[in-house]
Design a protein around this ligand. Structure first.
Ligand code: SAM
Ligand code: DTB
Ligand code: SF4
Length: 321
C-alpha cells in the first residue's frame, strides 16, 4: 500500500501569473498573515514532518544542471560512489528512523535509471518500507513502465523538481527540457505514486520566474503532495558558485506564496538551511513550511546537525511528525 496522502479535489489550479505576482507584491506582513491563516485552516501549525535523505549513487551524472555538485561536467572535488548495497541502505534507514524521521528519501545522480539499476532500487524500497518508514526516491527521468514498477514495489513518493520557471529553465539545464520533467511527473502521477515536486530559489531568477515556477506547480491537478522549496547551496566548481545570495525575506515570501496556492500540500523547507538563521526558519514555518530534511547531510552537502534542529523545534514548540 502506498501512503494515502493523495489530495482531495476542490482546490484551485487556475492561478494566473498576474495573481501570483500580486501575492508576491503584498506587504510582507499581509502576505505572511494570509499564508499563516491558510496554513492553520489545513494543518496543525505546530507540527513539522521530517524526512531524511540518503545519496544511494553519488556523482558522475551526465546532466549539466548548473547548480549541481554531482554533474560530471564540473570539478567540485566530489568523490563518485557506485550504487550502494541494499543492506547498507537499510542500515541508514534504521538510523534515520531511530532519529525520528518518518520518511526516507533515496537519491541517485542519474539522468534516468537503467532497468537493472531499478531492480536494485526496488529491493531498497521494499526493505526500507519493511522497516516502517515511508519511502521516497529521486532517480531522474522515468518511463511509464518504470513508474509502474516502483508503484508496485510500494514506493510512497517520487521527487522530481521543476527547479525554476519554464523560461529560465534553459539557462540552468541544457541536457533536458522542461517538458521532459513534466512527462516524468505525469508518469509518476499515473502510476499512483504521490508526487514530490518543487524547485530552487537563488538560480539568478527574478520574482516573476518564482511566480512562474509556482504557477506550474499549482496548475498540476492534483497539486503535488509535497513541495520542496530549496535555497541554492552554492558549490565551488559549479557555474552557480558565485550566484548572489537570496534576500531572506524574498525566500520567506516564496514559501508563503507556495502555501497560499497549494493549501493542502506539505511545503518543505529543503536545501540551504545551514545558511539560514533560526529566526529565518521560524518565519518560514510561520509562513506555512511544514516539512524539513533532517539529518546532518543532504545528498552531498551539509544540513544542520540533528541536535540543532531538535533545539530549534523545542524553542518553537514544534513537534516532529
Ligand atoms: N538526478 C535526479 C534529478 O535531478 O532529478 C535526482 C537527484 S537531484 C540532486 C534532486 C534535486 O536536488 C534537484 O532537482 C535540485 O532541485 C536539488 N538540488 C541539487 N543540487 C542543489 C543545490 N546545490 N542547491 C539546492 N538544491 C539542489
Ligand atoms: C529536493 O528538493 N532537495 C533535495 C531532495 N529534493 C532530493 C536535494 C538537495 C540537494 C542539495 C545539494 C546536495 O546535497 O547535493
Ligand atoms: Fe544530475 Fe540530478 Fe544533479 Fe542534475 S540535479 S546533475 S540530473 S544529479
Amino acid at each position: 500500500m502506498n501512503a494515502p496522502a493523495t489530495l482531495p479535489a476542490g482546490l484551485r489550479h487556475d492561478w494566473t501569473r498576474e495573481e501570483i505576482e500580486a501575492l508576491f507584491a503584498l506587504p510582507f506582513a499581509d502576505l505572511v498573515f494570509e499564508a499563516a491563516r491558510v496554513h492553520r485552516e489545513n494543518f496543525n501549525p505546530n507540527e513539522v514532518q521530517v524526512s531524511t535523505l540518503l545519496s544511494i549513487k553519488t556523482g558522475a551524472c551526465p546532466e549539466d544542471c548548473a547548480y549541481c555538485p554531482q554533474s560530471v561536467r564540473y570539478d567540485t572535488g566530489l568523490e563518485r560512489e557506485a550504487l550502494m548495497a541494499v543492506d547498507k541502505v537499510v542500515a541508514e534507514a534504521r538510523k534515520a528512523r531511530a532519529n525520528g524521521a518518518s520518511r526516507f528519501c533515496m537519491g541517485a545522480a542519474w539522468r534516468s535509471p537503467k532497468d537493472r539499476q531499478l531492480d536494485v532500487v526496488i529491493e531498497m524500497v521494499k526493505a526500507v518500507k519493511a522497516e516502517g518508514l515511508e519511502t521516497c526516491c529521486t532517480l531522474g527521468m522515468l518511463t511509464a513502465e518504470q513508474a509502474a514498477r516502483l508503484a508496485e514495489a510500494g514506493l510512497d513518493y517520487y521527487n522530481h523538481n521543476i527547479d525554476t520557471s519554464p523560461e529560465h529553465y534553459q539557462d540552468i539545464i541544457t541536457t533536458r527540457g522542461f517538458e521532459d520533467r513534466l512527462n516524468t511527473l505525469q508518469n509518476v502521477r499515473d502510476a499512483g505514486i504521490n508526487v514530490c515536486c518543487g524547485g530552487i530559489v537563488g538560480l539568478g531568477e527574478d520574482q516573476s520566474d518564482r511566480a512562474g515556477m509556482l504557477q506550474v506547480l499549482a496548475s498540476m491537478d492534483p497539486h503535488p503532495e509535497s513541495v520542496p522549496i530549496n535555497q541554492l547551496v552554492a558549490v565551488e566548481g559549479t557555474p552557480l558558485a558565485e550566484a548572489p545570495p537570496v534576500d531572506p525575506l524574498d525566500f520567506v515570501r516564496t514559501i508563503a506564496v507556495a502555501r497560499i496556492l497549494m493549501p493542502k500540500s506539505h511545503v518543505r523547507l529543503s536545501a540551504g538551511r545551514t545558511a539560514m538563521s533560526d529566526e529565518m526558519q521560524a518565519l518560514c514555518f510561520l509562513a506555512g513550511a511544514n516539512s524539513i530534511f533532517y539529518g546532518d547531510k543532504l545528498l552531498t552537502t551539509p544540513n544542520p546537525e540533528s541536535s540543532r534542529d531538535m533545539q530549534l523545534f523545542a524553542r518553537l514548540g514544534v513537534k516532529a511528525v
